[in-house]
Design a protein around this ligand. Structure first.
Ligand SMILES: NC(=O)c1ccc[n+]([C@@H]2O[C@H](COP(=O)([O-])OP(=O)(O)OC[C@H]3O[C@@H](n4cnc5c(N)ncnc54)[C@H](OP(=O)(O)O)[C@@H]3O)[C@@H](O)[C@H]2O)c1
Length: 294
């Protein structure tokens, strides 16, 4: 493992300056005592390997987190090339670079949207992916490109339904809408596991420290519909705004989303001994830190 003169280990977090997850990873790594290095949009040219190779040579991290992705799920339907550039070709390029650096572990993030949502029980890491959207297909292609390289220093973490501080997310959007409305329509027939990014970041580090390699699922525990998540956020903030549950067909989007994408966390729990806390507890922490009631 690469150390600084003071013995501090270094971590490079792509997307650590401005990503929802990237910023949480930066905080978790800093709290754990790592020397952190972060990048933001425009800092690195991902179309080739020169920039990232130079950065790795200069920093010599023991951990490289890839929290950069094309995450605009609906826009990806019209912008397939850009989605594949960032979600498939960029991780593949990172994998080739990291193959030459076995002392550095690559931690890459993927999504519950690699599944089609036909199951009615949590998806395990062994379940066959069958993405419904360009975003899901491009993220799966990124996973496969990395796995094909046969890296021993690779960890792929699939996660879902992220919320947390410092950046736009579903919970913040709902609470913002309810500033000016008495009621909102929210989809109640898509089910997933809401995930608080500080919990995901801390659990990612626990996984790395437990020697986790290969594919893992990490979310908070439990499941919700978007309407249930919105209702719980409003209850916690004591907003007088009513959530009207609506079916997906009344809220059409360009990209098709899985109706059910709860992830089975047992491989993570077996590796670390940790069961992530239930999403309502994590949501309460987020709400009370970012939206304190007067
Ligand atoms: N958000 C979710 O609910 C969710 C669910 C499942 C899985 N995931 C996965 O979790 C990971 C982190 O997601 P996130 O929600 O934290 O994403 P995010 O907030 O959208 O951050 C993605 C990062 O990538 C950067 N980026 C986007 N397009 C770029 C480009 N063309 N060139 C360079 N940088 C670019 C963003 O910069 P800007 O800030 O400038 O855009 C940001 O730093 C991703 O792999 C995602 O697929 C997310």
């Amino acid at each position: 493992m690469a150390n600084t003169a003071e013995g501090q280990q270094r971590v490079l977090i792509l997307g650590g300056k401005d990503g929802l997850l990237g910023q949480a990873l930066a905080e978790a790594c800093s709290n754990t005592g790592y020397e952190i290095h972060t990048t933001g949009r425009g800092d690195i040219d991902f179309s080739g390997s020169q920039d990232i190779s130079n950065l790795l040579e200069r920093i010599r991290p023991c951990l490289l987190f890839n929290a950069v992705a094309y995450t605009q799920v609906d826009q990806a339907e019209d912008d397939q090339e850009a989605a594949y550039d960032l979600n498939r070709f960029m991780p593949a390029m990172l994998g080739r670079v990291i193959k030459e650096r076995p002392e550095c572990l690559l931690v890459h993030y993927s999504t519950d949207f690699v599944f089609d949502g036909r199951k009615r029980e949590p998806y395990t890491v062994e379940d066959a992916p069958a993405p419904l959207s360009v975003y899901g297909k491009s993220k799966l292609a990124g996973e496969q490109a990395l796995l094909q390289l046969g890296l021993e220093n690779l960890c792929i973490i699939r996660t879902a339904w992220l919320f947390g501080p410092r950046k736009k997310n579903f919970v913040r959007t709902i609470l913002g809408l309810c500033e000016t409305r008495n009621s909102i329509n929210v989809v109640d027939d898509q089910f997933g596991s809401p995930t608080y990014v500080p919990d995901l970041a801390a659990n990612s580090l626990k996984l790395v420290h437990s020697g986790g390699r290969g594919i893992f699922h990490i979310t908070n525990s439990g499941r919700a519909s978007w309407a249930e998540l919105a209702s719980e956020a409003l209850r916690l903030t004591q907003r007088e705004c009513v959530v009207h549950p609506v079916p997906t067909r009344e809220y059409p989007t360009k990209a098709v989303r899985p109706a059910y994408s709860v992830l089975d966390l047992s491989r993570f729990t077996e590796c670390t001994g940790i069961t992530p806390r239930p999403w309502p507890q994590a949501l309460a922490d987020y709400i009370f830190s970012e939206f304190p009631t007067e």
